[in-house]
Write a new protein. Sequence first.
Length: 155
Amino acid sequence: MLEGGVFEMSAFSNIIITKGSRHKYEYPIFIDIDKKKPTDQYGHINNITFNNLLIHSGGKILITGRPEKPIQNLDISNIQFTVIQETDFSEASKPRGNKNFPKLAESIDRSSVPAHVTLGYIDNLSLQNVKIISEPSGKRKNFDLLNVNIRKQMF
């Protein structure tokens, strides 16, 4: 979410997401709060639901708010994420939407975190029935959570 926009009351259900991107790093789900310019306001993300998703990708799920503007009320349920051809994200940087938008000093970029699901700065998260299927020799952990207030968690 850029330029102070509002993204709320959205549900993504009964979707199959498969590998296929022109980019080196795939993000089957990517939600972020950031700025294009230092003078911009941070956006607001609230009441977002992901339910009944089948994901086949070497990428990762990356959802990150900000310490001063966390994502509010995020529900993730009934997700099966099959990791195929695991990608090394150690040198990744999050998508900026347009290469002309510079990365600001205050930007938070957690794309290089070695996890299949990376969540940060979220208030009121519900994680239910999220299954990660990956190679046993994979280098990434299943989940990485930073400053996340969990309302409900059941795997």
